[in-house]
Every structure is written in C-alpha cells, then in structure tokens.
Design a protein around this ligand. Structure first.
Ligand code: ZN
Length: 423
C-alpha cells in the first residue's frame, strides 16, 4: 500500500513534499494517587540520539512521537514541574513498547497525609530513594542487591543483578486473621502471652490507623500440607531452634498474576544486566519467635508484623524497622506508616490499572530526574548497619530470579538473608 501511495505522486510538476511518517510513538498514561487533573508534567523519551518530549494532558495522557527507528533499550521519564504533587517517573522501554499499547506509569506522591490513628493529620514527605535504601536488606520497599559482607558491613560488589519484591495485601483482606499456633510451637503460649501479644498488636494498629489484624483460633485456620503454613492469614509460633530472635516468611509471590518483571538483561545503560522485580500480593505469613517471652517485646512484635504487611528494613528515618541505633522507634513511626501506606496505594493502583511500573518507576525517577543519579547505586557503595538484625525475614524472591542469576553459592541459603547472631 505504501508503494501505491508513492506512485500516485509521480507527476511531472513538483508536488508537495511527501509526509515523513514517524517510526512510531509511545503513549503514556500517568496515574498518581488522589490526582484528578494533571498539570505541568513532561513525558520524555531518550533512545539513542533521539530525545523527544510531549506534554501530559489534564487526563494524564501523552503521546511521544518517535521519528527514527529504535533498537535496544530506551528510557521514558515523567518530569513533573516543581509545584506538582508527585515524584518523577523513570522506566526502561524496549522496541515492543513503541506503538505497543499504553505505558501506564504510577507516580508516588511527594507527601502523604495520614488519615487516622495516632498520626492523623500528620503530613510526611515521601522519599522513594530512602525507602529503597537497602542498608539492611531488604529495603523498606523490598529491594535487595548482591553484596559482600564483613561483620555487619555490606558492600555492593556486583550490581549487575537486582531483585525487588514489592509486596502488600489486597485491600479486601483486612483485617487479616492471626492465630497463635500452639500445635506448631516448641513451647507453650500462655493466656498471659496472648494478652501481651494482642496488646502490642493493638498499639501497632493505633499507630497504623486501621484494623489490620483480627484474632482467630488455630482450629479455624486451614493448614496446608508440607511445610506447616496457613492457606490464608498469619500463624504465630514459638520455635526455640531458630538462630535469631524472630523469623518471618511470606508466601511465594505469584508472578503470573502481578508480575512486573522488567527483565533488562542486555541493558547497558549502567552496570545492570538483570533487573528482576515482582509486584505481588501477600496471602499468608508464618512467624516464629525464639522465646516464649516474645509477646511482651513490643518492638519485636511490631517489627515482624510490619514485615508481614510488606515492609523491609531501613536506616533512613526513625523507624520500628531500623537497626541504626539512634533511629530505633518502639512503635511504627509516622514515616513508617506513611511509606507503608504509599507502598500499598501504589500497588493498588498498579493492580487496578495493569501497570508494569509504579513503586519501581518512582524510585528510579527520584534517583535519575531529581537527584541526577544512576537508576541503581554504583559499585562499591558501602552500607554499614550500626547493629545486626535480630530477625530473619524471607520474602522468597530468589526462586524467581532468572536462571542466569542463580549462582551456585546462592542455591542453598542466599547470602542476603543469612541469619546473624546479635552481638
Ligand atoms: Zn526485620
């Protein structure tokens, strides 16, 4: 058909210049929590020598025309003006994304106002970079990186392969059933332990501002075969054999449902070869405490239940998730509550819109556009927690690494989750 069109122009007089068709376009849909009319946001595609922009309209839509053919990877950035309420976004594009449907990008808010609970009315600045700081892995928003460890000091020694697990419970699952699993414990859990435990959960819910958990009798929880685990909900056990004070593990993520696996194994933009990221629902957790006295240690109980809700660790703000001494909080801090709420909100929007890019786009957008950094940290960045974790948190991402990324030494216990004894 193109040949027919050209031949139709073949008359003796000079005709109008034949229009040059662009190679294609990238259509972008911006989604930000609570925003109904979008203002000053520029969508930018950089691909080889091409650097192209389009304005995002009030509905959050933009179409960036791509004049020349592309190969390899390009980048899409969403660049809000300084007065806009959201952070920038950054996403890796492949040629299949050109004229390949709408790229839906969920952007994180710059600030989050807590609606209820102990911090009701408090507005917290949201910092995607700090939330992804993996000083004590995983980061608050669930990132890991390959590292070497000497005592309690971690050094980024190979950033070619990155893993992130962005996890939360579906909104409809709250409150989540929690059973004290006496049949699955190595020691007794007394009525007094139960009271102390639920007193701490109540204090945690007061900080969070919602009813996250509800007690359920173990007899009413469906237990699955194999390794003892619930079909849904949370089992709390005492296991005196664990080498740390507490050990929480979540269900395997189901990447078939909510995978956003951005597998960039041939991307040469920085040092990254493999980015493997999952955005997935949590459906159950099993939590072991090493001692019968766990229930009265409020900080430990709340710390583990923050893991259950999808939070990792952090040394970035005052937190119940930190091991950096001066930052330790005995209950979830306002920054904890707000960053957990944003994590959950972005996942809800990712799920509702079928977006590949949400939490991830916001972390990279903040690093690249706002801070002028590479999307992920350079080599030899040194992270040193002030003290060692007392717990052992497993979000079983290693089983979802691409085959290439599973080196032999990682097939047993991944280095990043090797338990360490407190000093
Ligand atoms: Zn922990």
């Amino acid at each position: 058909m193109a040949i027919l069109g050209l031949s139709a122009c073949g008359d003796s007089a000079p005709g109008p210049v034949d229009p040059v068709e662009p190679f294609g376009s990238i259509t972008v849909q911006v989604i930000a929590p609570g925003v109904t009319a979008y203002g000053d946001i520029t969508a930018r595609v950089v691909w080889g020598e091409q650097n192209l922009t389009a304005a995002v309209d009030a509905n959050g839509l933009a179409e960036v025309m791509i004049p020349e053919a592309v190969s390899g990877f390009g980048t899409l950035t969403l660049e809000p003006g300084p007065n806009e309420p959201m952070h920038p976004g950054w996403a890796l594009m492949t040629p299949g994304d050109v004229s390949g449907g709408t790229a839906k990008i969920v952007l994180a808010p710059k600030n989050w106002t807590i609606e209820s609970g102990d911090y009701a009315g408090t507005t917290v600045p949201i910092d995607p970079e700090l939330a992804a700081d993996s000083r004590v892995m995983p980061s608050f928003w669930g990132f890991y990186f390959p590292y070497s460890q000497d005592g309690f000091v971690q050094v980024v020694e190979d950033n070619s392969q990155w893993v992130g697990e962005i996890r939360s419970w579906p909104e409809g699952d709250f409150p989540i059933q929690v059973a004290l699993d006496r049949p699955g414990s190595t020691g007794d859990i007394s009525a007094a332990d139960s009271v102390a435990f639920w007193t701490n959960i109540d204090a945690m819910e007061s900080a969070l501002g919602f009813d996250a958990f509800v007690p359920e009798r173990i007899e009413n929880i469906q237990i699955l075969g194999g390794t003892r685990r619930p079909n849904h909900g949370i089992l709390v056990q005492v296991d005196s054999t664990i080498p740390v004070r507490a050990f929480t593990r979540l269900n395997q993520p189901d990447p078939k449902i909510y995978s956003l696996s951005a597998d960039a194994r041939s991307w040469g933009g920085t040092f990254v070869e493999d980015l493997f990221l999952i955005s997935a629902d949590i459906s159950y957790a099993v939590m072991d405490f090493d001692s019968i006295g766990f229930a009265s240690d409020g900080q430990l109980v709340m710390h583990e239940f923050m893991h259950v809700l999808g939070a990792g660790h952090g040394c970035s703000w005052g937190s119940v998730q930190t091991y950096c001494a001066s930052l330790v909080s005995t209950t979830p801090s306002a920054a904890d509550v707000a960053h957990l709420a944003v994590l959950s909100e972005l996942r809800q929007l990712e799920r509702a819109n079928g977006s590949r890019w949400g939490v991830l786009a916001s972390i990279f957008g903040h690093r690249v556009v706002t801070l002028g950094l590479t999307p992920i940290p350079e080599l030899n960045v040194l992270y040193g927690p002030i003290s060692a974790p007392r717990d052992f948190f497993v979000a079983p991402s290693s089983s979802f690494l691409p085959a290439r990324a599973q080196s032999p030494q990682r097939t047993s216990v991944p280095a990043r989750v090797r338990p360490r004894r407190p000093r």
